[in-house]
Ligand binder design. Structure first.
Ligand code: OOB
Length: 542
């Protein structure tokens, strides 16, 4: 087996091709075809990314040409097929120019989030031996050029940093890269297209290898289920690099359909609602906390939201009460999405009953998505019982990138992915997410691996041991609580000092514990392991 990117066994690949799921398309060719079919149609609108904060609207023809020119410039700078490039861009038009250029070269974007900091980015760059790193100059008041300088010192494979924005500092300005288009060999549809990040439950995030064939199938399937076509206008509110806004059906699904992508610079209702009105947005996707803010704000807004047909909500469990508010407040159909960057995506269908839409997290895209609900011993449970969700299918990976040991645990011998989610199936085949077995906190859709944060807290000189668990939060669903045992004789630091310590270690802000509690001991299980279950119960006790 290829341990770099474990592929589907030949008999599965043949089946998925024969069924018409994998059609031999690539992202580069897809954009070319759309540009040839309708060069003048608008592909991407960036409402404030132009000079002096002006609106930019790129047609399919322009995006296609820009991708060609950027690909030529990257090629001239030595970026070649198979190379990894860490892309950390916010919701700006250059995101698409860069990733389609890399797709055309056959180089792999590694999709970092704007919130990632030194620890995460240095790891992505070192682990993937990335040759380049693409950043904004400033984003949300944060200087990514300073971050890049630190990253370059830590990850010597990074030969070049490209900066989108006015002042590149000591790095290359992305705007200077484009060159006369050159002929490039077409990547193969079963080649890797990019590496996505896993939310993860281990010390470091895992990388998810996705192919053109498998990912494009998930786009086509999503478009059909969400009724995305050439008339759709998708508002990208969440960070563009995340799997949800990228592909469910997201920006790439919309471009596949020949529709229009509008980039939202901030998720606040006043910013987003203004764009819904002015750009006649038809569909968008949100995590539950944002959906709550939007449904609260909508009844009083002066903006016209009547163009909005569909609101997708996913990334974390959307409570039934909150789900019921969507249609009255926003006047659109709710679609719940339960997906994962590893593959499987479930949607409630537009014509599902109102009850199904508010009480389930949907059903899989594909008839070839195999779903198993099992107990701790991997034995299948009767329909309706809650258990571990295992899945296998035409767009679910067979292994993480370069992680053979972890893959042996995260996948069954016959290739099912252990999602770490606890679910039950309804008689209609819809899934209800009941909880989670993986050691992860889902902070309003942002995933935090407990072990990763624990390792950083453990580096504090006063700390003997640490355990991070989720505690309920009315807005985020969950937030993080760190239980800490101090070393004998150590003076008790203030909770904020522990938080600042973690932040200073260069971790994304959303991973900094919301609360730190000092204790003398941890509850133990029968075999003497720390019982996170009891810690969670403790956290919920008043
Ligand atoms: C999406 O992808 P990831 O990779 O950030 O996180 C996947 C995990 C799932 O395993 C599950 O634990 C949780 O996020 N999750 C949900 C959920 N949607 C995701 N838990 C409960 N209810 C939901 N609706 O989060 C993602 C990828 C594509 C589309 C949508 C979300």
């Amino acid at each position: 087996m290829n341990t770099e990117a474990p592929a589907w066994p030949a008999e599965f690949a043949e089946r998925y091709r024969a069924a018409g799921w994998w059609r031999g398309e690539t992202f580069g060719a897809m954009l070319r075809e759309r540009a040839e079919a309708h060069p003048d149609r608008i592909a991407v609108v960036d409402p404030s990314g132009g000079p002096g904060g002006t609106r930019r609207a790129w047609t399919y023809g322009e995006l296609d040409l820009r991708a060609d020119r950027m690909a030529a410039g990257f090629t001239a700078r030595g970026i070649a097929r198979g190379d990894r490039v860490v892309v950390q861009l916010p919701n700006v038009a250059e995101f698409f120019e860069v990733v389609f250029a890399l797709f055309r070269i056959g180089a792999l974007p590694v999709f970092a989030l704007p919130a990632h900091r030194e620890t995460e980015i240095s790891y992505f760059c070192s682990f993937t031996e990335a040759v380049a790193y693409v950043i904004p100059a400033l984003h949300g008041g944060y200087d990514h050029r300073a971050l890049a300088a630190t990253v370059c010192a830590k990850a010597p494979s990074v030969r070049q940093v490209f900066v989108a924005g006015e002042d590149a500092g000591c790095f290359d300005n992305l705007a200077d890269v484009p060159a006369e288009p050159v002929e490039l060999p077409e990547p193969s549809p079963d080649d890797l297209a990019f590496l996505q990040l896993s939310g993860g439950s281990t010390g470091v995030p895992k990388l998810i290898p996705r192919t053109h064939d498998d990912y494009i199938y998930s786009l086509r399937g999503s478009n059909e289920i969400c009724a995305v076509d050439e008339n759709s206008v998708y508002l990208c509110v969440l960070p563009a690099a995340h799997n949800f806004p990228l592909s469910s059906p997201g920006t790439l699904g919309t471009l596949y359909a020949g529709g229009r992508v509008v980039l939202c610079p901030q998720p606040a209702p006043d910013v987003a609602f203004r764009l819904i009105e002015s750009e006649r947005v038809t569909i968008t996707g949100l995590v539950p906390p944002l959906a709550l803010v939007w449904t609260d704000a909508a009844p009083a807004t002066a903006y016209d939201l009547s163009s909005l047909d569909v609101l997708l909500v996913g990334g974390a469990k959307f409570s039934e009460e909150a789900a019921r508010r969507v249609r009255p407040a926003l006047g659109c159909t709710l679609q719940q999405v339960f997906g994962m960057a590893e593959g499987l995506v479930n949607y409630t269908r537009l014509d599902d009953s109102a009850e199904t839409i508010v009480t389930t997290q949907g059903r899989p895209i594909s008839p070839d998505d195999e779903i198993r609900v099992v107990d701790d011993a991997d034995t299948d449970l009767p329909l309706g019982a809650t258990g571990h969700l295992l899945t296998r299918g035409p767009y679910t990976i067979r292994g993480y990138w370069k992680a053979p040991e972890h893959n042996a645990r995260a996948f069954t011998d016959d290739g099912f992915y252990r999602t770490g989610d606890l679910v039950r199936l309804t008689p209609t085949g819809h899934l209800v997410v009941e909880g989670r077995a993986k050691d992860q906190i889902n902070r309003g859709g942002e995933k935090i691996a407990a072990e990763e944060v624990e390792n950083h807290i453990l580096a504090h000189p006063c700390v003997h041991d640490a355990n991070v668990v989720a505690e309920p939060d009315p807005y985020l669903g969950e937030r993080t609580c760190a239980y800490v045992i101090l070393r004998d004789g150590a003076e008790r630091p203030r909770a904020t000092e522990v938080k600042n310590f973690v932040r200073r270690r260069g971790l994304a802000a959303y991973k900094v514990p919301d609360r730190v509690v000092f204790v003398d001991s941890f509850p133990k299980t029968g075999v003497g392991k720390v019982s996170k279950k009891d810690l969670r119960a403790h956290v919920q006790a008043p």
